[in-house]
Design a protein around this ligand. Sequence first.
Ligand SMILES: Cc1cc2nc3c(=O)[nH]c(=O)nc-3n(C[C@H](O)[C@H](O)[C@H](O)COP(=O)(O)OP(=O)(O)OC[C@H]3O[C@@H](n4cnc5c(N)ncnc54)[C@H](O)[C@@H]3O)c2cc1C
Length: 321
Amino acid sequence: MSSARSIVEDLDLEVEFDAPIGAEMTWYKVGGRADVLVRPRSVEALCSLMRRCNETGTTARVLGSGANLLIADEGVDGIVIHLDHAAFREVSTIHRHRVHRAGVEGRAGDAMRVMAGKSLERLVMSAATQGLSGIECMAGVPASVGGAIRMNAGGKFGCIGDAVVAVGCINLNGDLVVHEGPDVTFEYRRCSIIDPVILWTELALTADDPARTHAKVKEIFAYKKQSQPMAANSAGCVFRNPPASDGSGRLVSAGELIDRAGLKGYSVGGASISERHANFFTAEPGTSANDIIALIDHAAKVVAEHSGYELVREVVVWKRH
Ligand SMILES: Cc1cc2nc3c(=O)[nH]c(=O)nc-3n(C[C@H](O)[C@H](O)[C@H](O)COP(=O)(O)OP(=O)(O)OC[C@H]3O[C@@H](n4cnc5c(N)ncnc54)[C@H](O)[C@@H]3O)c2cc1C
């Protein structure tokens, strides 16, 4: 911890040692503490921090809204970075003469530049209120904008990557880099960016009738609410949908595989497989991260025995190295 302390001490950021991130900053509300949690106040401070982490071999992890994260009970080492200072929540309008990206090529007009720490839920609501269409499909997805880009969050109605025209990042050396055009691609729950920090994104949104954008958001939110246990502590879908074994490229629902293996309602300690959506594993207050990990391992084993599919975790687990 002493090297982490010396890295951060003269930078423009807030520092908290032994911070309870698992219980207080994730949607699971379980798991341990971070040795060092920092909240940079400026982009410059964040660049310097990343440079120093690289030079000293210190692990740096970015925590978004914690909606896809499980923190191990023993906590995490290195430095956890939270981008919730005002500088990382700004939204501005950028005029683009031409937007270059597959699918949105040639569309000109205004794009919205959104800093990575902005709440996606708030962004979706404010775009709908302004009658800006393009991200209604993200209704009901809890995320920071940076976390949503990293995971290419989305679902049945579309993904955030569909609206992205550029992404600004900080690389390992602490330099600012911009990815646009063919330089940034999105696939199912994955984006091509490997830089450690996503700093901002530009989204191409089109003008629409606010009544229509609002109605779309409401409809998608209602669909999610009736099909997923939104009020329970969880991290959304635990496993990625695997590619079908027939080689067609089609994805098979991991939830259906878990359901067919008879696991709905199965529990380990306070962690249970949801009756409403079998790919959501929920946690009662006081559950340990170890119970959730044991439940994840058990489900993967039973599904492999039952159907032959090897499920891959979508939830990101942070542990000590
Ligand atoms: C009730 C519920 C419903 C959900 N429904 C959906 C859904 O419909 N579709 C869907 O796709 N997901 C869903 N999820 C999962 C979650 O909303 C997404 O994965 C979301 O993208 C996570 O964003 P986050 O900011 O919370 O990221 P976190 O959970 O904080 O982090 C996830 C990963 O992203 C990285 N990361 C975060 N911010 C940055 C950054 N600025 N720079 C670099 N890396 C970063 C983290 O290091 C980590 O590896 C759901 C989760 C819950 C709890």
